[in-house]
Design a binder for this molecule. Structure first.
Ligand code: TEU
Ligand code: CA
Length: 579
């Protein structure tokens, strides 16, 4: 059951950390314009600290026209006035450091905004010194003599990755919106500019970065057409030619060298790559590329082959098996996991990974916290996840969704004159996975606009804010908030076993139960999480039937381990065996 050889796992401060992700527009509005801002964040640092996290990651707040909510940067060295000033960021850095926490910024360097000075110059003339900062190609000419995009790759936000520029008669490349042109990393000047930006923020006192879409920076230079039904390109066709491109590791090593000089934190976003052997090249401990990456096999479990908004049925057994696959792979290959169920790009976990049963929402949120929070890896909590916040109600119409990913997809269906059935299916998927859900205003208290703002916010407040908010939960010992606190506390107190310990799935034939053990030397923790909304019988394997201690339970009256257990709906617990 235990394996002491695992005690040799490399130690690192970033493995022991818990991260809290903030979406600035939706966290706290300080000046009554309905949009969250940095002074708002600064007023809530004690709340964040009280959860027990070590690092705050803020989504982009650089100058931006906000076509993609700040993931379209027009000036990397300045703060958008909607969010505040450089002085506010300095205060944030100081405020976090004073509380023993760190700040991680979002680095969006696969692309810029089309309003960035580089791009404005690049489109102004083919002779611009910045022309080659971006990716330009001549049109393909069809048999009938028409100008066509250079290849058939599709963008993440619907339509071609190529946008035609009348003035020069060339197309430029954008993996995301057309207002987000991709940088040409083949150009060494671009890389120097980017590295300079990274150093700029590290010199300011920032402690590291979440690197947006970082695995897309190197593209196959022949830009071949993608096979139409390529199964490896689940979402955007073409991913096989840019999701883990030919020079990716060369570029990441260059970035890694800078990060190492500052002992900085790094987590990269790595979508559309499912081959562990590609991922370990980025996160292998001795590779010096990035500390860890977000890979999406687990959280994409409900996405069908035709993309994010195509339906897919899944089972808890599949869910636990995917988690197990990555746990085992990373520990066998000296890599490290980033653990998460939520972020700003999807629906809320209590509305996606469990059935909608209002009476069990709190226990289900705690069950999910147990399942993800005690695995091996650095844990990420997305704002509001610590309260069990949920998706917008199903009664909300499309007019209340604001995100360009959702709206572009919907417009495309209308444009294609899709059937009512197809529209209904899309709406059903939006209700689960649209990015809008996670971007609703944070629910601070029961006052108007949930205490987020004094005016109607840029996106509507969820209907349930009077029952689900931070003020109610902070002082309630049985709240989701205090449950997450216990998990983070346990990770610190039992660091050996819960941070550095070995992960092993406990064999179970029950399809709704996920049980795993963490072990370090003679210490053993048993973690059990039921994904069922009814009671299930679970036979405890004999080797766990030893004296031990309940450490955590999502029901107030956790019963002792016994050979045959009846797990209540969504019941979860952790038990520490005394050997
Ligand atoms: O997302 C990158 C990415 O790969 C997207 O396809 C992502 O999976 C999609 O948004 C999910 O719906 C990052 C950011 O997290 C996202 O918010 C940005 O819009 C995107 O990059 C462009 O910068
Ligand atoms: Ca504001």
């Amino acid at each position: 059951m235990t394996d002491s050889s695992h005690e040799g796992v490399h130690h690192a401060w970033w493995k022991e950390a818990a991260v809290y992700q903030i979406y600035p527009a939706s966290f706290k509005d300080s000046n009554g314009d309905g949009i969250g801002d940095i002074p708002g964040i600064n007023s809530k640092l004690d709340y964040i600290k009280s959860l027990g996290v070590d690092i705050v990651w803020i989504c982009p707040c650089y100058k931006s026209p906000k076509v993609d909510m700040g993931y379209d940067v027009s000036d990397y060295k300045d703060i958008d006035e909607q969010y505040g000033t450089m002085a506010d960021i300095d205060k944030l850095i100081d405020g976090l450091h004073a509380r023993g926490m760190k700040l991680v910024m979002d680095m969006v360097i696969n692309h810029t905004s089309d309003q960035h000075e580089w791009f404005k110059s690049a489109v102004s003339s083919k002779d611009s010194p910045y022309r080659d900062y971006y990716i330009w190609k001549k049109p393909k000419i069809s048999e009938t003599g028409e100008k066509c995009p250079p290849n058939n790759w599709l963008s993440a936000f619907s339509g071609s990755v190529w946008e035609y520029d009348e003035k020069s008669g060339e197309y430029y490349f954008h993996l995301f919106a057309k207002e987000q042109p991709d940088l040409n990393w083949e150009n060494p000047k671009v890389r120097q500019e980017v590295y300079d930006i990274i150093r700029f923020w590290l010199n300011k006192g920032v402690d590291g970065f979440r690197m947006d879409a970082i695995n897309f920076i190197s593209k196959e230079q022949s830009y071949p057409d993608a096979p139409i039904s390529d199964p490896s390109s689940k979402y955007q066709n073409g991913a096989m030619y840019y999701a883990s491109g030919p020079r990716l590791h060369e570029y990441l090593s260059e970035i890694g060298q800078i990060l190492n000089q500052y002992n900085a934190f790094s987590v990269g976003e790595m979508a559309h790559v499912f081959d562990p052997n590609e991922i370990i090249k980025v996160v292998g401990f001795t590779r010096n590329e990035l500390n860890m990456i977000f890979q999406f096999e687990l959280t994409d479990i409900d996405m069908g082959p035709a993309g994010k908004f195509s339906p897919k049925a899944w089972t808890p057994t599949q869910f636990r098996n995917i988690a197990n696959k990555w746990q085992v792979f990373m520990q066998e290959n000296d890599g490290w996991n980033a653990l998460f169920l939520e972020n700003h790009d999807s629906g809320r976990s209590v509305s996606r990974f469990v059935k909608h049963r209002p009476e069990f929402r709190s226990v289900a949120a705690k069950m999910l916290a147990t399942f993800i929070g005690l695995q091996s890896g650095t844990i990420f909590i997305y704002q509001g996840e610590e309260l069990g916040l949920a998706n917008m109600p199903k009664s909300w119409q499309i007019s209340r969704y604001k995100d360009l990913e959702t709206l572009n997809y919907y417009r495309q269906l209308l444009h294609d004159v899709a059937s009512q059935d197809a529209l209904d299916i899309a709406m059903g998927e939006f209700q689960k996975k649209a990015r809008d859900h996670a971007r609703l205003p944070f629910q601070w208290d029961s006052s108007p606009f949930a205490g987020f703002s004094t005016v109607q916010p840029w996106i509507d407040v969820n209907d349930d804010y009077r029952e689900w908010n931070a003020a109610l939960q902070v002082n309630d010992p049985l709240s989701v908030f205090n449950y997450w606190r216990s998990i983070l506390d346990l990770r610190q107190t039992y660091k050996d076993v819960l941070v550095y310990g070995k992960f092993e799935l406990v064999a179970t034939t029950h399809e709704d139960v996920c049980a795993y053990e963490r072990s370090f030397g003679s210490q053993v923790a048993l973690v059990v999480a039921s994904f069922s909304d009814s009671t299930v019988n679970w036979t405890v394997p004999l080797n766990f039937l030893k004296p031990g201690k309940w450490m955590l339970s999502n029901y107030a009256d956790g019963s002792p381990l016994q050979p045959e257990m009846v797990l209540r709906p969504y019941e979860a617990f952790m038990y520490l065996l005394s050997n």
